[in-house]
Design a protein around this ligand. Sequence first.
Ligand code: DQA
Length: 152
Amino acid sequence: MKQAPRILVLNGPNLNLLGVREPDIYGSQTLADVGKRCRDVAKTLGLAVDCKQSNCEGELVEWIQKSRKTHSGIVINAAAYSHTSVAIMDALKLSDLPIIEVHISNVHAREEFRHYSYVSAIADGVICGLGIEGYEYAIQHLSKLIKSPNRK
Ligand code: DQA
C-alpha cells in the first residue's frame, strides 16, 4: 500500500508552554492539543503528521534540512524566530517544500517588532490570529497544494 504523504508541523521557542504562557493571548490549550488536532485533520485528508517543537534555532534548521527527503510539506510557527531568523528562512527556502506559516495570535495587532516575519517572505501562505485552529487550516491548504498537479 502507498504510504501517506507526511507533513512536518514545527513549533519554535516557548510554544512548549502553550496553555500556561499568556493564556489571554495564546489560549488555554496545550501543544499536545495542537498535535492531536493536527493528526486528526491530517487523517481525514489521507496525510500523516510529525509534530516537533524546539527552543533552539539550530535544531529547527536541522529538522527543516532533513525534511526535504522525508516530508511533502511544512507547517511552521517559528514563534519569536519568525521575526529574527534568516537561518530558518534560508533552510525553508532550500527545502523546496510547500510551506504554510502559522501564528496563533494576530501578530499585526501587536508590537511593531512582530509585524515582520522572515518566514512570511518565503511561505506559500500565512495564517495568523485564528488561535490554534490555524494549524488545522494550514494542513487543509497544504493538502491541496501537495495534491495539485501544478505544484512547483
Ligand atoms: C507567535 C507570535 C510571535 O510573535 C511570538 O514570539 C510567539 C508566538 C504566535 O503564535 O502568535 O512566540 O508566533
